[in-house]
Design a binder for this molecule. Structure first.
Ligand code: SF4
Length: 301
């Protein structure tokens, strides 16, 4: 890469590259804890054996120092940065370089395929890869970086559609249930289901990904959204998809709903799905580059 980095910028490059490597080998604490709970709750002997394999897989990833899953995804960043964060201007290049290094060093699987030429770039850097979403906060000088490793199987069920408003919230629920029943099995259950509601397919889709990353065990503060989360959680668990879809006591790690106001003439719903090995992380940088990792307890870079 031609971009030159200052010494401080290189610290961010190396921290994010190391964190990507950690994320590929360790589940975030919330996903691990809920998966452990699901293993305890499981009543089906076959499903129990699948959970045991998952935990053996997690142990071996640590012992062998290898990614949990061969599909380390395409990297997506969701940035919430203060307008005064001193490294904001070069942050896109910093994150791109971090992905290049993590791909080489970890190694991560190269997954970025040029859409029209069908050629893999070999380093996870390509048009729109890594994918970066920005949220700039005025008056602040720190930055929170949320990272998601978007695997192929777990991205496959993703959907965004615009309903007639008369479909109502029953229509939203139907879209979620149909999507999970149709393709959820491709996404290596148990699943995290993120639901976004808004006006357009694009905003609903983005909200659904943000919902997915909100943290297992969290609830939307809005009472009605909470009601929908609970209803979908119970409904999907009652289907009993089980781990890896072999039938079991539960189907989902969690269901999260995020929403924005919708146009009176449209009701858009986005659905994003994460797998049992949902690899996401959140790191907070202060302006002096001290940092806090919020999703993987005890990790230092
Ligand atoms: S869905 Fe998840 S666990 Fe399954 S292959 Fe994809 S990344 Fe790996």
């Amino acid at each position: 890469m031609d971009t030159m980095f200052s010494e401080a910028e290189l610290r961010i490059v190396n921290s994010v590259a190391s964190y990507l490597s950690v994320m590929s080998k360790h589940l975030p604490d919330d996903v691990f804890d809920r998966l452990s709970e699901m293993r305890k709750n499981e009543k089906n002997d076959g499903a129990k054996a699948v959970y045991d394999c998952m935990f053996k897989n997690l142990d071996m990833a640590v012992t062998l120092d290898r990614p949990i899953c061969q599909d380390t995804g395409l990297i997506q960043f969701f940035i919430k940065a203060g307008s005064g964060f001193p490294y904001l201007a070069n942050l896109k290049n910093i994150l791109t370089e971090a992905v290049r290094i993590a791909t080489e060093v970890t190694p991560l699987r190269p997954n970025a395929v040029d859409t029209f030429r069908e050629k893999n770039s070999g380093n996870n850097i390509a048009v729109g890869s890594p994918w970066i979403e920005w949220d700039i906060v005025s008056g602040s000088d720190d930055a929170e970086i949320e990272i998601y490793m978007a695997g192929g199987g777990c991205s496959l069920p993703g959907k965004a559609l615009v309903l007639m408003p008369s479909a109502g919230y029953e229509g939203v629920a139907k879209a979620v249930l149909e999507t999970v029943c149709d393709r959820g099995i491709n996404a290596c259950p148990p699943l995290i289901v993120g639901v976004g509601i808004g006006t357009c397919a694009d905003s609903a889709g983005l909200l659904s990904k943000k919902a997915l990353l909100r943290g297992v065990g969290t609830e939307n503060p809005d009472k009605d959204a909470q009601k929908l989360e609970k209803m979908l959680f119970e409904g999907l668990n009652n289907i009993g998809i089980g781990p890896n879809g072999i039938t079991g006591t539960e189907s989902v790690l969690d269901v999260h709903v995020e929403f924005a106001a919708h146009h009176p003439a449209t009701l858009a719903v986005g659905i994003s799905v994460g797998c049992w090995a949902t690899r996401y992380g959140r790191i907070h940088f202060n302006s002096d580059l001290s940092y806090e990792i919020k999703t993987h307890g005890g990790v230092t870079l």
